[in-house]
Design a protein around this ligand. Structure first.
Ligand SMILES: [Zn+2]
Ligand SMILES: [Zn+2]
Length: 283
């Protein structure tokens, strides 16, 4: 199977990532023979939102955005004969914070080549927000807060649906990140059913919106998941629906680019992201 790029990559601007600098990722990508990469750093959380993660390290700081973009653009120019570098963000969809998210996107949208929309934050029944993928211990507390594993899954898929339908303005990312991230700790805390219907409903919505899907290998390396996001089976359904699947390692270290890309099901084909800037210009 052909893959020539890795389109979900974090950097040293991520507080929960590694200190590996962006240039090291670029070097490794060139060494691996990739034609293209996308830096998709966690966009800053909305200013009025308090990061519920224990270390408050879910996303890059607003103060770092300009240096991140500057560094990315320098690399893009310096290596343009060797590799295509997209600079962008993994943007959190947080229910009821759409206005601030849209403001961020409107402010930086012109400078974004590629982006992913993800859900990491859920609002619990007591209105408190939780960070879904922080740790297996934190996930256990989340289950208590929601009442049951199934309640967490239901809230997650409901929020995913809202994210796809949300109005985040003209720069809304059109690639949906790790569509079943809620399964990150599923070997420890299995849901009583696989929520496949919910996933397939989401795929239909993605198709309707003409969005694409993050085919994310990171889950394979999470001890309580050991599966890609989404599973090969769901990737096959997406492929049959004609949804573009974009390969991404979700690397937080330079050494893990394209990790497990040889494990994608052979029945699917992978796409490269459509350059969002070009797409806007052609409208
Ligand atoms: Zn991250
Ligand atoms: Zn993510």
């Amino acid at each position: 199977m052909k893959f020539n790029g890795d389109f979900h990559i974090h950097t040293n601007y991520c507080p929960h990532g590694s200190a590996d600098e962006m240039e090291l990722y670029v070097h490794n990508a060139i060494e691996k023979g990739l034609d293209a990469i996308s830096f998709t750093e966690h966009a800053p959380l909305p200013p009025s939102f308090t990061d519920p993660a224990p270390k408050q390290d879910s996303a890059m700081k607003m103060n770092d955005v300009d240096s991140y973009l500057l560094e990315g653009n320098k690399l893009k120019k310096a290596y343009k004969d060797k590799i295509k570098i997209n600079i962008g963000f993994e943007v959190d969809y947080i229910k009821d914070y759409e206005t601030e998210t849209k403001q961020f996107l409107n402010q930086y949208g012109e400078q974004i080549d590629d982006a992913i929309l993800s859900v990491h934050m859920l609002r619990a029944p007591n209105d408190q927000f939780v960070c879904l993928d922080y740790s297996v211990e934190a996930f256990s507390d989340i289950i208590t807060l929601f009442g049951s594993v199934n309640d967490v899954y239901n809230a997650y898929y409901q929020t995913m649906k809202s994210s796809i339908l949300s109005d985040l303005g003209p720069y809304k990312p059109t690639r949906i990140g790790h569509i079943n991230l809620v399964e990150k700790f599923s070997l420890q805390f299995p849901a009583t059913h696989k929520h496949e219907d919910e996933l397939i409903d989401l795929l239909h919505l993605i198709k309707q919106k003409n969005y694409s899907l993050d085919a994310n290998t990171a889950g394979l390396f999470k001890p309580f998941c050991q599966q890609m996001y989404p599973s090969p089976k769901i990737m096959e359904v997406a492929h049959e629906l004609g949804i573009a699947l974009i390969p991404g390692s979700d690397s937080h270290t330079a050494g893990t680019l394209t990790r497990a890309f040889d494990k994608y099901p052979s029945s699917i084909s992978l796409s490269t992201p459509e350059n969002v800037t070009q797409k806007r210009m052609s409208k």
